[in-house]
Structure formats: structure tokens, C-alpha cells
Write a protein that binds this ligand. Structure first.
Ligand code: PAP
Length: 324
């Protein structure tokens, strides 16, 4: 197990400490230490991330060519990062090349989160030196993104059944030493919306509505659809990003090659993802590959627990039909 120091005790400025003291807060336990979550603009964050989000809102200027992968944690972020990177870079890095970047770097290092490592006291690299066109990622809810991202950038969002998301999150937290609580407690936090970047449902609905209102800017995907028909979803992403497959590429089997390259088995089996660590957080890359299945919640949630989540979905997703 590797516990990431990235998320522990940042050196916050006095101004920020004072600001945090005005926000709704919740104490949870992480790796034996109390860890505070704060509610900001309707969503919950740990301090080190919130510090970065506030700084991003003040300072980040999107470029027209920026592309974002967005998601709630554990909804298929690693997978979608890999797909977007493989698609946009396929001329320079063909899927079958012996020195494809995936062989030496995890998708999280190739497509970094804007709110992890670029801003705030844990800044480890400079956003200005990130090569353009930039492919970045975020877990920040749509309503808290800076206006320049919302008005200029293409955003590909992936959502997942909340029950599988919760189960995945619980396993991940235990795996990286960030949470010592039981499934019942994690469920409680998830249902009340105080999990990190929660409430889950508001996050999903925020991006889903945008995908309807601004389909040229926001593409909404579901993990379950990606599992059921990966080639079709990869084509959708390519079209949305303006790099649709040519007839020659279709003929040559390029779609299937990218599907294969980005598949759970394909990525998990790479040495870098078995033994490597994330460049900024130091987390084990292997923690991002567990089972990669639809419906694993049935092995971990009681029928009552599942019903509790379904009831919230019925209320929050009514009208959208998502995950019902
Ligand atoms: P993040 O939001 O913290 O980056 P994210 O990648 O969304 O994490 O979550 C990991 C989940 O995606 C894991 O799901 P599980 O716990 O239910 O197994 C992981 O196994 C799954 N996953 C990672 N890569 C892939 C992939 N290439 N295809 C399908 N599922 C994947």
C-alpha cells in the first residue's frame, strides 16, 4: 500500500485558512489522521485541492485549443484519458509503435489534472510549459470551472453508475491508504454528498445538461456504454475532438488498435502500470486498475445499500433517465 503525502498538511496561506474557516466543513479520518473536507460552491474538497481550485478560478486562462477530460473520481478517468491521448496523438505515436508513451508513462502523467500539481502550495510544474494543444483533465464540477474553460474548450465527460463508482472509490481509498472507514460510512458520505467532489449526482447532471445545451463543447459518455461498445464510443470521441477516423484508418483497423491499446487488460498489463508511481502524487499506478467491470457493486453492497443509492438516483436523475 502506498499513502500519498501529496494530500496531507499543505502549507496554506493565512488568507486561505481564514477563508476555509468560513466554509461548511466535515471531519473524516484518512490513514489514521483527521482530514477536513470543505464545501465550496456546493461541492466538497480537501484543502490542498480546494486551494488549487480557487487559484485556478483566479489565474487559469484557457486557450481555444485546450481539451479537457472531465469526470467524477472513479468513473473511468484513466481510461478516457488514455483514449483521448491515443486519438489526438495517433499520427506521432501510432497505437502499435514500440515506443508508445503508454509504455513508459501512466495516462495520468500524460494527461494531468489541472487541480493537481499546477496550482497552490503543492505546485510541482508550470502550466505555461505544458505543450500546446493542451490535453488536460479535471474532476472539478462544471459550475466551478473558470469561464474561459466553459466558453472556449472542448470537454469530454465520463459518468458511471453511482453504485460501481462508490465501490471503486472505497477500494481505491483503502488501496492508497487514504481512508480507514467502513463501506457503511463511505456510503453515508456518498449519499449525503460529502465525498470528495460530491455530490456525485449534481456533478453528473451539471455536465449532462451542458452536453445537451452545448453539444459542440461537451460530450457526455457513460462507462457502461464504453464497455458495451468501445469502438463506437472511441469513434464518437474522435469525431467530437475533430480527429475522426479516415476511411483508410477504418479499413486498416485503426479503431480496434486504439480500443485494444486503451483497454483495461492492455493498460494494466504494462510494466509501468504494474510497478510505476504517479509523477506528482506518488500513488501506485496499479491502484488505478482494479476490476474494470460493470456491476461489481453486487459483490460489495447489500440490497438495502443499493436501494438507498437507487432512490437518490430516481430523485436526482429524474428527467434525464441516467442510470435508472
Ligand atoms: P480517477 O478518477 O481517480 O482517475 P478512474 O480511472 O476513474 O480513477 O477509476 C478507476 C476505475 O476505472 C477502476 O474501476 P474498478 O475499481 O471498478 O475496477 C479501474 O479498474 C477502472 N479502469 C481503469 N482503466 C480502465 C480501462 N482501461 N478500462 C476500463 N476500466 C478501467
Amino acid at each position: 500500500m502506498s499513502s500519498s503525502k501529496f494530500f496531507q498538511s499543505p502549507q496554506l496561506s493565512q488568507d486561505l485558512k481564514e477563508f476555509l474557516s468560513t466554509l461548511p466543513r466535515k471531519e473524516v479520518f484518512s490513514n489514521g489522521h483527521p482530514l477536513c473536507r470543505y464545501q465550496y460552491q456546493g461541492f466538497w474538497y480537501v484543502d490542498v485541492i480546494l486551494e488549487a481550485v480557487i487559484s485556478i478560478q483566479e489565474h487559469f486562462q484557457a486557450e481555444d485549443s485546450d481539451v479537457f477530460v472531465a469526470s467524477n473520481p472513479k468513473c473511468g478517468t484513466t481510461w478516457l484519458k488514455a483514449i483521448a491521448f491515443a486519438l489526438l496523438n495517433r499520427r506521432r505515436h501510432p497505437a502499435t509503435s514500440g515506443d508508445h508513451p503508454f509504455l513508459s508513462r501512466n495516462p495520468h502523467d500524460l494527461v494531468p489534472f489541472l487541480e493537481i500539481g499546477f496550482y497552490g502550495s503543492r505546485k510541482a510544474r508550470d502550466i505555461a510549459s505544458f505543450p500546446s494543444p493542451r490535453l488536460l483533465a479535471t474532476h472539478v464540477p462544471y459550475s466551478s470551472l473558470p469561464e474561459s474553460i466553459r466558453s472556449k474548450c472542448k470537454i469530454v465527460y465520463v459518468a458511471r453508475d453511482p453504485k460501481d463508482t462508490l465501490v471503486s472509490a472505497r477500494h481505491f481509498s483503502a488501496r492508497v491508504g487514504m481512508l480507514d472507514t467502513t463501506m457503511a460510512e463511505v456510503l453515508e458520505q456518498f449519499c449525503e454528498g460529502s465525498n470528495i467532489y460530491g455530490p456525485f449526482w449534481d456533478h453528473v447532471v451539471g455536465y449532462w445538461k451542458q452536453s445537451l445545451e452545448n453539444p459542440e463543447r461537451v460530450l457526455f459518455l457513460k462507462y457502461e456504454d464504453m464497455k458495451a461498445r468501445p469502438a463506437a464510443e472511441v469513434r464518437r470521441v474522435a469525431e467530437f475532438l475533430g480527429c475522426a477516423f479516415s476511411a483508410e484508418e477504418e479499413e486498416a483497423g485503426e479503431v480496434d488498435r486504439i480500443v485494444e491499446l486503451c483497454s483495461f487488460e492492455g493498460l494494466r498489463g504494462l510494466e509501468v502500470n504494474k510497478k510505476g508511481k504517479q509523477e506528482v502524487t506518488g500513488m501506485d499506478n496499479s491502484a488505478f486498475f482494479r476490476r474494470g467491470e460493470v456491476g461489481d457493486w453486487k459483490n460489495h453492497l447489500s440490497p438495502e445499500m443499493a436501494k438507498r443509492i437507487d432512490r437518490i438516483s430516481e430523485e436526482k436523475f429524474s428527467g434525464s433517465g441516467l442510470f435508472l
